[in-house]
Design a protein around this ligand. Sequence first.
Ligand code: FES
Ligand SMILES: [Fe+2]
Length: 359
Amino acid sequence: MTEPVRSLDARYYTDPSVFAAECRGLLARTWQFGCHVSDLAEPGAYQTFEIAGESLFAIRGRDDVIRVFYNVCQHRAHQLVEGSGTTRVVVCPYHAWTYELTGELRAGPNIKAIEGFDKSTVCLTEVRSEEFLGFLFVNLDPDAQPMEDWFPNARAELSEWLPHWADLKPIQWVDIPERCNWKVSVENYSECYHCSLNHPTFASGVVKPETYDIQPQGMCLRHTTECQSLDDMTYDIHSGFDHYDEYSSWFLWPMFSFQVYPGNVLNTYHWRAIDAENVVVWRGWYSVDGVDDPKIRALAQQDRETTVEEDIHLVESVQRGLKSRGYRPGPLVVDPCGGVNSEHPILHLQRWMREAIDG
Ligand code: FES
Ligand SMILES: [Fe+2]
């Protein structure tokens, strides 16, 4: 008899030292979402963001290449840019050293006076980045494998589900604070064992739960299901493209997910861990050219009022429970046949979580 696999010990979700180890390790060597390339439309456009406690900025060069740099001057370490904007060159606010959009040092007041100084030896420190269907991801690990190795085939599949991906722009994004560890929220996202009981609208008016399954694909968890019969759908779906009658999601370990609702509507999840017991889930909705689409707005609103709201209560209750002296981790319900009532994706996730923390 093999022993059942038990859920992770509570300390993984509550201990600030575990969270600190994740910030130093996991966040610094995985692919993390930075910004959408529509924020960097013309040369010189930049956008700052933070990953693993590091301030970074992405900027589009005159050669149209987007580069990501640590947001720190190579003179005496002042921060270079704030927020977002467009600039001709990057000028440090401290002593006005200026950098090209490619990161090379261009000039600085009186730097010619420095004996033996060759300015071509100074350049901003670049960070690995990849554009993934219009989404810019970065990895602080210079030796990281490309995203295709981490998430095999996800890009190709998504481009089939989103034939118009190149024209998509965000129309709405919502920040949802959840009082729980980021892993509680990610686990909740990654199983549908709780769906029929807790998400009546989603389970009876969007997807067909009996067809729901989640399978690993590299470090991606791939959700697939058919949509509900069209008469029962809670919203009017557009049927012009392949896969219009499916719901699919690509969760990219550890903190981002693309999901495509029936009707080829893209929605993204980006988890931003605040501390051991708080996470903010950033939900993005997109339309072609960013035009205001009442159908997408209605779907976003329905989703916010049902699935999202329902999940907040679940994950916050779990976080409180993880701090109970009375909790002993229970077995995961792993059905060898998979399916909606199996927690096999949690098995994979918790293995990745353990490896990230315990090495
Ligand atoms: S620190 Fe940037 S110019 Fe001195
Ligand atoms: Fe849920």
